[in-house]
Write a protein that binds this ligand. Sequence first.
Ligand code: AMP
Ligand code: MN
Ligand code: MN
Ligand code: MN
Length: 289
Amino acid sequence: MSSKFDLHSHSTASDGLCTPETLVARAAAAGLQVLALTDHDTIDGLASAQVAAAREGLILIPGVEISVTWQGATIHVVGLNIDPQNPELLAGLESILAFRRWRALEIGRRLAACGIPGAFEGARALATGALVGRTHFARFLVAAGQAADVASVFKHYLVKGKPGHVHGEWAKLEQAVAWIRAAGGEAVLAHPARYKLTHTKLRLLLRHFIDFGGRGIEVVSGSQSQEEGYRLAGLAIKLGLCASLGSDYHGEDFSRIELGRLPPLPSGCRPLWSDWPVAQTLSASAPTD
Ligand code: AMP
Ligand code: MN
Ligand code: MN
Ligand code: MN
């Protein structure tokens, strides 16, 4: 199971483990032809990823994954084919990063209050980009021997109801989609099955997303099962949304997930990239037998 496209990945500019250059080289080695770099709330990795992609002969789609609060739930919206210089997008991302700076300090304070001092400094030392996210805290706590793995740090410290949890008020759904569109990009709802919404609530989210100008949903994701993919494909077709696919690769500590190792989109879906110039180039160069 491998795809020529992978439209969701992370680098050290946010909470991935590979530098943008290493990520692109790894994608090329995995046989990918098109990779989107979609770091959380920052476009800082895109310039060096573009340089590496030109060297590797891979097409790099400039992207971003924007943190959103919708009806109390944290939702991620991926923007693809964005102009990384667009002032409206940059201002929007900066407002989220400002919240992230405060939140990281607050997570550190809360962990200190429950007997884990130095977590902010530890997490910051592991972060090489513009943000210190929960993943950095999780990696630090594992390294400090507080938990066996990243998943158990989230479970015991960083999710709602746990001592290091800080409520996030991220961008509004309409803002995130508007910033992406202002930057000439296409908005895609990331990994919809991860939000654990009821069917009715997911339909409402998709209705709002479409009304605000959203274009597609991740039908295939490294963090969704194949069954969830089929269900989402049905919804996308019914609602006239395009289908996207992406591994959500963060590096080797999320070992189940590998760049480009994804099943194809279920039949009947309209691929998000069907009218991208790259789709014509790839189909023209595809073997005919
Ligand atoms: P943040 O945006 O800083 O709140 O962090 C969200 C990121 O944490 C996600 O993009 C994942 O990379 C990671 N994450 C969230 N939940 C988990 C989990 N249960 N196990 C491992 N990583 C997680
Ligand atoms: Mn992440
Ligand atoms: Mn996400
Ligand atoms: Mn992601």
